[in-house]
Design a protein around this ligand. Structure first.
Ligand code: AMP
Ligand code: GLY
Length: 422
C-alpha cells in the first residue's frame, strides 16, 4: 500500500512513524515533511496547501491513501479534490471541515445535536455584542468566528477587557475577515481535555484523550502557543466521561453532520472542558492535535493504517483499536523567542543520545538538514520528545532525560509538563 502524508510538523512525524511500522505499507511519502520525517518517508517538496500539486502527485504515484495532518488543506477542499480524482483521502470534506473553520457553525451543529456546551450568542454588530457583554458580566469569552491561527479567543476577566476584545476583533479586524462575526460565550471552569474520535461518516470510534499545555511558561503562564507538551491518558478523563462524551457530543454531532449532507470522515478532535456538571464542548478541530497526536501514537498498539482505511471506507463499525498499557508524555522544544519572533537556523546536536533513552521517540516539528548535514531549527516548535512508560512519572523522567541529552542552545522547553496529573 502506497501512502502520502500531508504536512510537516510533529503530528505528521508521529503519523509517518506509526504508518511506517505497518506491514501493509510498501511506500511512504510526506509533503513537505521535515528532517526527522525524512528518516521514515520520502519527503516531497510540495506545500501542504498546494491542493492541485498534491492531487497530481498522488495520481501520478497511484497513491492508495492520502493522510492529511493539518486543517488548512481540508478547509481548502483537499478531500473533495481527492474524491474527484478517485484518491482515498483520510480527512473531512470542505463542508465537514467547517466544524473547525467556523465556530458559529460548530455551535449551531452542536445545539441541533443537543451536545452540551457554553451558553452563547452570535453578533455581527459590535455595539450589540458590547451591550450583551455588559448585561452578562465577566468573566466572559469572546471569539472571532473564523480561523485566526489559534489567536481568535479572549477569555476576559473584566467587562472592559471583553469590550476591548470586541473592538479589536470586529472594529480593528486584527484577525481580518475571521472577525466579521463574534461569539460571546459563558466562561466554563474546569480542566481541559483533548478528545479524539475516528469517524467514518456514520460510526465513531474513541481514539483516546490527552491534555495539552497551551501557555509558553512553567505553571501555565505567559502567552498561548500551539502546544508546549501533552500527556495521555489524562487521569481526569475517566471511562465514564469518555462514554458520556461519545454519547452526548460525538455521536449526535456525527449524526447531525450526516443529516446536513456533510458526513464527517477523519479525526474529530473535541476540545472539552471537564466541568463539575460533566464534559462541555469548547470547540471542534477536524484533525489530530499537535502535540497530542505524538502522545497518542506512542501508546497505540494496533496498526494505524487499517484504522485510517476503515475510516475512509465506512467500515469502522466492526473495528477495534488496542492500546499499550502505558502512559505517555511529550515535551515540545521550541526556538528561543517563541511564540513571538524567533531565529531560524540554529544547530541542534545530541539527538542520537536522546533517542537512546528507554521508551523515548524524538519527533521533529521544524527541522531541516544544512548542506553540511547538520540538523538545524526551521520553526517555532522544533522537536517533540515523546516517552511512554508504565507510569506518567516514569514517562516524564524519560522525556526530560532525553531533553537533557540534547544540545541546542537556541531552544528551550517547559520543565513542568504533566504537572496537573503528577
Ligand atoms: P478555542 O480556540 O476555541 O480552543 O479557545 C482557546 C482556548 O480558550 C481554549 O483552549 C480554552 O482554554 C479557552 N476557552 C474557549 N472557550 C471557552 C469557554 N467557553 N470557557 C472557558 N474557556 C474557554
Ligand atoms: N494542541 C492543540 C491543537 O493541536 O490544536
Amino acid at each position: 500500500m502506497k501512502v502520502l502524508v500531508v504536512g510537516g510538523g510533529g503530528r505528521e512525524h508521529a503519523l509517518c512513524w506509526a504508518i511506517a511500522a505497518s506491514p501493509l505499507l510498501t511506500k511512504l511519502w510526506c509533503a513537505p515533511g521535515n528532517a526527522g520525517i525524512a528518516e521514515v518517508a520520502d519527503c516531497v517538496p510540495i506545500g501542504a496547501e498546494d491542493i492541485a500539486a498534491l492531487v497530481a502527485f498522488a495520481k501520478d504515484k497511484a497513491v492508495d491513501l492520502l493522510v492529511c495532518g493539518p486543517e488548512a488543506p481540508l478547509t481548502l477542499g483537499l478531500a473533495d479534490a481527492c474524491a474527484a480524482a478517485s484518491i482515498r483521502c483520510f480527512g473531512p470534506s470542505q463542508a465537514a471541515a467547517r466544524l473547525e473553520g467556523s465556530k458559529a457553525f460548530t455551535r449551531d451543529v452542536a445545539d441541533a445535536a443537543g451536545a452540551p456546551g457554553a451558553r452563547w450568542q452570535r453578533f455581527e454588530d459590535p455595539a450589540a455584542a458590547k451591550a450583551y457583554i455588559r448585561a452578562q458580566g465577566a468573566p466572559i469569552v469572546i471569539k472571532a468566528d473564523g480561523l485566526a491561527a489559534g489567536k481568535g479567543v479572549v477569555v476576559a476577566a473584566t467587562v472592559a477587557e471583553a469590550e476591548a476584545a470586541v473592538a479589536d476583533i470586529m472594529e480593528s479586524r486584527v484577525h481580518g475577515a475571521a472577525g466579521a462575526t463574534v461569539l460571546v460565550e459563558e466562561c466554563l471552569v474546569g480542566e481541559e481535555v483533548s478528545f479524539f474520535a475516528l469517524c467514518d461518516g456514520t460510526t465513531a470510534l474513541p481514539l483516546g484523550a490527552a491534555q495539552d499545555h497551551k501557555r509558553v511558561g512553567d505553571g501555565d503562564t505567559g502567552p498561548n502557543t500551539g502546544g508546549m507538551g501533552a500527556y495521555s491518558p489524562p487521569p481526569v478523563f475517566t471511562d465514564a466521561l469518555r462514554d458520556e462524551t461519545m454519547a452526548r457530543i460525538v455521536r449526535p454531532v456525527l449524526a447531525e453532520m450526516a443529516r446536513r449532507g456533510a458526513p464527517f470522515r477523519g479525526v474529530l478532535f473535541a476540545g472539552l472542558m471537564i466541568t463539575a456538571d460533566g464534559p462541555r464542548l469548547i470547540e471542534f478541530n477536524v484533525r489530530f492535535g499537535d502535540p497530542e497526536c505524538q502522545a497518542l501514537m506512542v501508546r497505540l498498539r494496533s496498526d494505524l493504517l487499517p484504522a485510517l482505511l476503515a475510516a475512509c471506507d465506512g467500515e469502522l463499525a466492526s473495528f477495534d483499536l488496542r492500546w499499550e498499557p502505558l502512559h505517555s508524555l511529550v515535551v515540545v522544544m521550541v526556538a528561543r523567542g517563541y511564540p513571538g519572533a524567533y531565529a531560524k537556523g540554529s544547530e541542534i546536536r545530541g539527538l542520537e543520545r536522546a533517542a537512546q533513552v528507554h521508551g523515548v521517540q524524538v519527533f521533529h516539528a521544524g527541522t531541516a538538514r544544512r548542506e553540511d548535514g547538520a540538523l538545524v531549527a526551521t520553526g517555532g516548535r522544533v522537536l517533540g520528545i515523546a516517552a511512554a512508560a508504565p507510569t506518567l512519572a516514569e514517562a516524564r523522567d524519560a522525556a526530560y532525560a532525553a531533553v537533557d541529552a540534547i544540545d541546542w542552545p537556541g531552544g528551550f522547553c517547559r520543565r513542568d509538563i504533566g504537572w496537573r496529573a503528577l
